[in-house]
Design a protein around this ligand. Structure first.
Ligand code: FE2
Ligand code: FE2
Length: 162
């Protein structure tokens, strides 16, 4: 099966918070890399890096967001964070399964999951806090999180394919 088209950034995906939009753009890069890996049918060389970088990057982004919501006193912070934990648990499960049996591992499952997350979580759940901040004048106190957590570059992972 071919996914065909890659995901492009649109205004609908913008939360109106620069740092968050940048992090979401990187998650879109991850989705596009997964789409490419699945479409090429050549997942061996990159699967491990994609899973490792994906796990690290997602964790960095999710904690950044939660800290931002805590600082602001966003009323639904707890349920938002619970949604993030579900993402982490699933990604840890993928990584663990890959470690045990890389041969039978299907990256399409990861691609489907991340795509669902992108549209289900960002467009619905993240949108809620974006609207909440906007109603309050858009003032956001951004956490200071080390570059190491959010420094992953999916372009570099993709380049390893060549
Ligand atoms: Fe997010
Ligand atoms: Fe979120």
């Amino acid at each position: 099966m071919s996914y065909g088209k890659k995901i492009e950034w649109t205004e609908a995906l913008s939360m109106g918070i620069g740092a968050i939009d940048d992090q979401h753009r990187t998650l879109i890069d991850l989705c596009n890399l997964l789409i490419e890996v699945v479409d090429n049918g050549d997942q061996e060389g990159v699967s491990e890096s994609v899973l490792m970088v994906g796990e690290e990057y997602a964790r960095g982004h999710l904690h950044f967001e939660e800290e931002m919501l805590r600082r602001a006193g966003f009323p639904e912070e707890e349920s938002h964070a619970a949604g993030h934990r579900r993402f982490e648990v699933k990604f840890e499960e993928f990584a663990a399964r890959y470690e045990v049996e890389p041969e039978g591992f299907d990256m399409k499952e990861v691609a489907d999951f991340v795509l669902d997350w992108l549209y289900g979580h960002i467009l619905k759940e993240d949108r809620k806090y974006a609207d909440w901040f906007a109603e309050r004048g858009g003032d956001v106190d951004l956490p200071d999180i080390g570059e190491s957590l959010l420094g992953s570059d999916f372009g570099a992972v993709g380049d390893k394919q060549q």
